[in-house]
Write a protein that binds this ligand. Structure first.
Ligand SMILES: O=C(O)CCC(=O)C(=O)O
Length: 303
């Protein structure tokens, strides 16, 4: 919704549309087995975490905002479906409909329960709109670009359309979240085949999400190594991702990265971008709290 190009009546109608959006219903109670599975593997699909009708109601706004932001990326970034160097979405200027979704208790509560914490903050959100024949997403760990001193960061990966296995589903190295920083993550030093071999040598099994229905949400830890293959289908893989962190986490010390590869250099730049834009003025050891990163779930309390 571009406010500048709307007359006041059109603008009012749009505002009304946002106001009429449903409150996302909480429909999910995690079992102890699901929480244990998340901790074992570092990832978990929660079936029907949201009502498909809720996703359908929010989708037009999410797609409109995503398309506007994706148009600003370069061709390579658009082919992958996201940017590895700047925010595609920026929490400092968020469309109202998107804000309602990304701060919704329905998703944040699941994130908190999987992290086994009482309270989570919004870290950031992103879009992963991989076009037909769009390129694969390289193997990476999110923790390398997140400037926090905690492993209690989790991402909710939310398809806006039904996903089939040929649409470039996320692929995880199950259990890799327990292996710390992996030297072959976020680097183009190794071919995908070599990485698969190295994972095999470490006994880490690959798990592809496969199909997902609208309403299913995949959660992964920031330390879990993951990638996605090419979108072989003729449909756009429309996904948005919301990341949360345990309230109380602090700004971390920068890692001592080997900056000899362009990809890791890009990761370091992205980390700096993150720090400057969202946690501006904060130093390592400071509590990671800022107006752009509010508490979105607090146990036994309405936020
Ligand atoms: O959707 C993708 O291809 C990558 C998603 C991702 O890296 C993430 O959600 O952390």
């Amino acid at each position: 919704m571009n406010k500048q190009t709307l007359n006041s009546q059109e603008h009012l109608a749009k505002v009304q549309e946002v106001e009429n959006l449903p409150e996302l219903s909480q429909r999910c109670s995690l079992s102890p087995a699901q929480v244990a599975q998340y901790h074992q593997n570092g990832h978990l699909v929660v079936p029907q975490a949201l009502a498909p009708t809720d996703i359908a109601a929010y989708r037009p706004f999410l797609v409109e905002v995503a398309n506007r932001e994706l148009a600003k990326l370069n061709d390579l970034e658009r082919a992958v479906g996201t940017s590895g160097s700047t925010f595609v979405y920026d929490l400092r200027e968020v469309h109202q409909a998107v804000w309602r979704l990304i701060t919704s208790v329905a998703i944040a509560k699941i994130a908190a329960e999987l992290l086994k914490v009482d309270s989570v903050r919004l870290l950031h959100y992103n879009c992963f709109f991989k076009p037909p024949q769009g390129l694969g997403t390289p193997w990476h760990q999110d923790c390398l670009y997140i400037p926090l001193n905690t492993d209690q960061v989790i991402t909710a990966w939310i398809p806006l359309v039904e996903l089939s296995p040929d649409m470039g589903p996320l692929t995880f190295a199950s259990g890799s979240h327990r292996a710390g920083f992996l030297e072959f993550a976020n680097t183009n030093k190794y071919s995908p085949e070599r990485i698969v071999q190295m994972l095999d040598e470490r006994g880490l099994q690959l798990t592809s999400i496969g199909s997902m229905a609208v309403g299913d949400i995949s959660f992964h830890s920031s330390f879990t190594l993951h990638s996605a293959p090419i979108n072989f289908s003729d449909r756009m893989r429309e996904v948005i991702a919301i990341s949360y962190y345990a309230d109380g986490a602090c700004i971390g010390e920068p890692e001592n990265f080997d900056l000899s590869t362009p990809q890791i250099f890009q990761t370091v730049k992205y980390r700096e971008h993150f720090l400057n834009q969202y946690f501006s003025g904060l130093q390592p050891g400071d509590l990671a709290c800022s107006p752009t990163n509010p508490v979105v779930y607090q146990k036994n309390q309405d936020v």
